[in-house]
Structure formats: structure tokens, C-alpha cells
Ligand binder design. Sequence first.
Ligand code: SAM
Length: 338
Amino acid sequence: MAYQRPGQGGGLSNRSTDSSGPSPKGGTRVLRLSVTDRCDLRCRYCLPAGAVPFAPQAELLGTAALVNAVAWLVRQCAVDRLKITGGEPLTFRGIVELVERAAALPGIREISMTTNGTRLAELAAALRGAGLARVNVSLDTLDERRFAELTRGGDLRRTLAGIAAARAAGLAPIKLNSVLRRSAWRKDVPALLDFAAGEGFEIRFIELMRTGTEVAWADAELVVAGEVRSSLERTGRLQPLPSVGPARRTLASWRGRDMVVGWITPVSEAFCGTCDRLRLDARGVLRRCLMDPESVPLVEMLRSGTSEAVRETVGRYLAAKVPPAAMDTPRPMRGIGG
Ligand code: SAM
């Protein structure tokens, strides 16, 4: 059975590599599950201004198929943590049921979610009850006008109400994800640090990637994390902390408060060496990386192949992982799951 290369269908191939099997040596994996490519915001770095080429609804998987695929990856690939993402995962009808069913899978240790927070005010308590442990909320600015501009019409107050609801529901820890932009970071970063420090949240600053839309804008708006870090170091202490996952964590002293600030640096300093995350998109396609030019149509294969053949294909695919040639992909993150 086969890898799927860009522009290729889901055919079969016999490519052989030394396979160490689908499980990481001695460790466990995080699966990032994109439950939908739809989103209720139109962030400039993620979605085009006009009509969005979303996948046909018929190609997107429902709750049962997604949970089956997760169960297979838990059994076969040592996945023990699930991060639900999208698109906007809270626009997925049945998200609470999906969390509940995934939480019931033997072997799942933690379920978290990356969300823009717009629907957390309605859903946080139910999600917590279903087994969601924590959320990362995307929040690039605390300025209502810049928020509306960047998200093309989003309402900052909804995201802030969502964050408050997540806290009230006991989703913890809450982490904020903020994409850095050259035109605004000098205003946004201090305000976001004030907010995160005041609420006791960890905040992670993310370098802007060119993932498909508005490439010239993304180039002009890129500010690397080192520049922002240096500026913070001029005003206070920034001490490295042990890091797991993509963020390099630091302990910052910000206006008299200690807080954790993470730096996600796909552009200036790739973190591929330590990454063994898996990604499954809303059509059931498996990837080793956001930038992966190859993929495995896992759900399609599970429908048509024997479990052993699928296991072998996935094992070869994972064993053949190499760092991407560039942290650049024409595919926006809403499709793959950011
Ligand atoms: N809708 C959810 C959210 O807003 O968190 C989940 C999906 S979103 C694609 C996941 C994360 O990817 C967000 O924090 C978003 O800011 C980030 N992201 C999307 N496109 C990006 C880009 N071009 N560069 C850097 N981060 C990006």
C-alpha cells in the first residue's frame, strides 16, 4: 500500500525502506486531529479574502470515522495524547460527542484543543464534562480594531468571553497562541504579556509562516522571535526552561511578575529534530509534519485494506520521515490542522 505524493491519488506502491514499525522507539506520540477545515474567522495568514476553497462536505469525516482512525493510531502508533484542531474545531457539529468518545478510548491520556475561542462561551463546560483537559486559544492582539482586521470581521469580545468561560469550566492550563507581525508586535506583545501575566496564562509567540495565502504580506509582516526576545531581554530577565513540544519555553520577568513565555520558531529555527507528532486531517489523511509533501490516506486504507497491510505502510511512511526542505507549504494550516 502506498504513500500519497502531491498531486497523486491514493494508489498503492511498494516503496521499501527499513521500517521500525509505526511506534516511536520507547516513547509515545501526540496526534493533532483536524476535525474540519471550516472556520468562523478568516485570519489573513490562513484564509483568502474571497471564497474559500473548502473541501466538499461529503469528503469530510464524521465523528465515528474520526474516532475509529484515532483508535487505530492509539493502538498502532503509540499515540496517547490528542490535540483537536482545525479549521475551527468548535464549528464541528458533534464536537462534544467526539471529545467524549475519544476520551473513552483506552490509551488516551490527555485531550486538548487549539481554538480561536469564539464558541467557548457556549461549549467550554460541556467540553470539560466530556473529557477535554485544556485549551490553547489563539489571540494575536487585544486591540479590537486590529483583531477585526486580522480575522476579517472577528469580534475580540467573543474570544475574551470564551477564554473566561474556559477558565470558569476548569480547562487548565490555558495557553495563548499569538502570531507575531512586524507592523504590530511592538504594541501587541506588551499588551498580550500584561494580559497573560495578569491571568496567569502561558503565552507562546509564533513566527508567521507563508502557508499559502498572501505570501507578499506574510514576507513583509515576518518578524523572527529572536528580535522580540532581544527586546524583552532589554527590559527584564528571560531564562530558558525545559521544553516539550514545539515551543522553546522561557521564564520571563514581566513588569514584576514571573510568567512562562514560549517561542515557536518554524521560520528562524526549525524544531524538526524533536518532533514526532502525527497529523490526521478532516479527510482522514495522515501526515508526519505540516510541511510534509507526502501523506498516507489512512482512513481510505483502513476501509479497503487489511489492518496488517495498513500497519506496514504507515510503519514505512513514519520510518522514512526526514525534516522538510523548507518551512513553507502552499497548503494553508486550516486544511492540515495547525
Ligand atoms: N482555529 C483554531 C485556532 O485558531 O487556534 C485552530 C486552527 S489554527 C490553523 C491553529 C494555529 O495556527 C493558530 O494559533 C494560528 O494562529 C496558527 N496559524 C495559522 N496560520 C499560520 C501561519 N501562516 N503562521 C503562523 N501560525 C499560523
